[in-house]
Ligand binder design. Structure first.
Ligand code: ATP
Ligand code: MG
Length: 202
């Protein structure tokens, strides 16, 4: 090895050592153990799939997860086909809200029905992870009281983690959350005229 590359190597090692010390210090500082609130928002693809990725992870560690979906999709969803037989209960808004619905009253009523299921999950210590998929729209459209949602989340069992997904998340929910990720659409195939696909988009 020549002198130049020896120097490069040793400064690389020093940098890595400093980085390791910083990471170790942060690991040591993180002493709290509790469930967290995760918000997955933004206009890019990946919010619901990320939530289900976490459900898969939890189930893989024998944890108990439950999913509440606040928008009824047009198609049967692949995650439900896989996860329900593995013991993950799904509560899906039966009728009502879809993108072209016009009737606020029936939507609100449908939201309230599934919200009762969500509230039960949020007070059940047997549940480790609750996914509230597309819930941000329920707040935006006033189908669900923001204060009631915040209260139910705040009063959940200490070890329970909650994931909220959907675009344009209310800032109070973002403030309350521990982890917030905003998906940013750099590109989307749909904009290039490519159809949504089973197994990729639902
Ligand atoms: P996914 O379920 O794929 O993780 P998402 O939850 O981030 O997507 P939603 O806003 O819930 O996004 O979108 C529902 C559907 O629209 C999904 O089929 C998704 O693939 C698609 N989609 C997501 N983002 C975009 C976008 N920027 N343009 C067009 N379609 C999108
Ligand atoms: Mg989604």
């Amino acid at each position: 090895m020549n002198n130049l590359s020896e120097n490069q190597n040793s400064s690389h090692q020093k940098r890595q050592q400093r980085l390791k010390e910083q990471v170790d210090a942060r690991i040591e500082a993180a002493t709290e153990i509790r469930g967290i609130i995760i918000v997955l928002t933004g206009n890019g693809k990946g919010k619901t799939t990320s939530a289900f990725g976490t459900v898969t992870r939890a189930v893989g560690h024998s944890k108990k997860a439950a999913v509440v979906q606040f928008i009824k999709g047009q198609w049967a969803n692949g995650e439900r086909n896989l996860l329900e037989p593995l013991g993950v209960p799904f509560y899906v808004m039966a009728t009502g809200f879809t993108w072209d619905t016009q009737n606020k009253e029936t939507d609100r009523a449908a939201c309230q029905v599934v919200w009762q299921d969500a509230k039960k999950l949020l007070s059940d210590p047997a549940i480790d992870l609750v996914v509230l998929d597309e819930i941000t729209y329920m707040v935006t459209y006033d189908y669900l009281e923001l204060d009631e949602l915040i209260l139910a989340i705040k009063n959940r069992p200490l070890h329970q983690t909650v994931i909220l997904t959907g675009r344009a998340c209310h800032r109070s929910l973002i403030e309350m959350a521990d982890t917030v990720t905003e998906m940013r659409p750099v590109k989307h195939a749909f904009d290039a005229g490519i159809q949504a696909q089973m197994g990729i988009d639902w």
